[in-house]
Write a protein that binds this ligand. Structure first.
Ligand SMILES: *Cc1c(COP(=O)(O)O)cnc(C)c1O
Length: 372
């Protein structure tokens, strides 16, 4: 292909931007290889799928597809308010929580301003920072001596906060490491952040975490008006395809996010499904049980192969393969197993694998054993 003639036309921040690389869809892999019944453990999706109540709500909203969705997400925000005990004005509904992260960047970042995040944190933080022409200040991660291996080093993050810092992204638990920050250390971090720095605590895996020291960041909203907590229906709620997530913050901060929110950013099916899913605690409990069992199965299986996965509180495991993961990944794909190489997270020897159903985990372990 010839050099892209538009490259010279776009703004410098976009010219050097690497796009997000999603996991390969099952249908695409199967078509390429001419195989069937492959397993996808690449994108931290819920292997049980959505709640039956969500599916029913989707069917119920089909007659209204010719109408624009409720652009203010009134019903979902009311349901979120009932569920989490903050008034509806605290909630910003997004097209996935990524949309909320992007709103934060567009409101608070721009050329000459900086965002701070950890080196092996969620891939969307660098993208939304760079997309608005701001500068990323990337903190080193723990080496495993003073905190969990590859997890957020809050001390290193504090050191990078300066006069130009406007946003700090904290993923708790973190993707791709599955590590978490405890209550006291995160609270102390919030206390140390200057009030002009917006702290985003990304709790995409909130529902999965059972560790008693895991803090629900919503408890800090009234104390810290610079805090935005984000959550999603893409993971434990099993609604990744619909793209719906939300932010919770002081209402004045929510009002700023609202200014840059695209009109009708969340579709009607997603709004209805999310509201219904929120009411199905049984489905979440069942999902957690599948995750607990699968986490034990995969952890044991990986250890039996001589590997040492990082202990995870989420629905995935990160494991160092001790050699470039790209080759292993390619060989796994040929065996119909889609996992997630994480070179784009600065970890070229690691593989991330989502906890699946028992037979999916089994299939992955068997294929990995063959490949290694
Ligand atoms: C998966 C994930 C999200 C969720 O993104 P959505 O846009 O809500 O699907 C957000 N943050 C982290 C850290 C994630 O891993």
């Amino acid at each position: 292909m010839r050099t892209n003639p538009y490259l010279g036309l776009c703004v410098p921040s976009v010219a050097s931007l690497s796009p997000y690389v999603p996991g390969k869809p099952v249908s695409e892999l199967e078509r390429e290889l001419g195989i069937r019944d492959s397993v996808k453990l690449a994108s931290n999706e819920n292997p049980l799928g959505p709640s039956p109540l969500a599916l029913q709500a989707i069917r119920g909203s089909q007659p209204d597809l010719a109408r624009y969705p409720d652009g203010s997400a009134v019903a979902l925000r009311r349901a979120l308010s009932d569920r989490y005990g903050a008034p509806p004005e605290f909630f910003t509904v997004g097209n996935g929580s990524n949309d909320v992260l992007d709103m934060v960047a567009r409101v608070f970042l721009g050329p000459g301003l900086e965002a701070v995040f950890s080196v092996h944190a969620f891939a969307v933080y660098p993208i939304c920072t760079q997309a608005v022409g701001a500068t990323a200040r990337v903190a080193k991660a723990h080496d495993g001596t003073r905190g969990p291996r590859l997890g957020h080093d809050l001390e290193a993050m504090v050191d990078l906060v300066g006069d130009r810092t406007r946003v700090v992204f904290v993923a708790n638990p973190n993707n791709p490491t599955g590590t978490m920050l405890g209550r006291d250390e995160l609270e102390a971090f919030l206390e140390r952040m200057p009030s002009q720095v917006i702290v985003v605590i990304d709790e995409a895996y909130f529902e999965y975490v059972t560790d008693p020291d895991y803090p629900d960041a919503l408890q800090w909203l009234r104390r810290f008006p610079n805090l935005v907590v984000t959550r999603t229906f893409s993971k434990a709620y099993g609604l990744a395809a619909l793209r719906v997530g939300f932010g919770v913050s002081h209402p004045q901060l929510a009002e700023l996010l609202h200014r840059v929110r695209h009109p009708f950013n969340v579709n009607s099916l997603a709004l209805a499904a999310a509201e219904a899913a929120l009411g199905d605690s049984g489905h979440i409990a069942a999902s957690l049980e599948v995750n607990r069992a699968g986490m034990a199965q995969l952890t044991e299986g990986l250890r039996a192969l001589g590997l040492d996965p990082i202990p995870s509180v989420a629905n995935f495991l990160l494991v160092d393969l001790g050699r470039p993961a790209a080759y292993i990944d390619a060989a796994l794909l040929r065996r119909g197993c889609i996992a997630r190489p994480v070179a784009n997270y600065g970890l070229p020897r690691h593989l991330r694998v989502t906890i699946g159903l028992e037979h999916e985990n089994e299939r992955f372990l068997r294929s990995l054993a063959e490949v290694l």
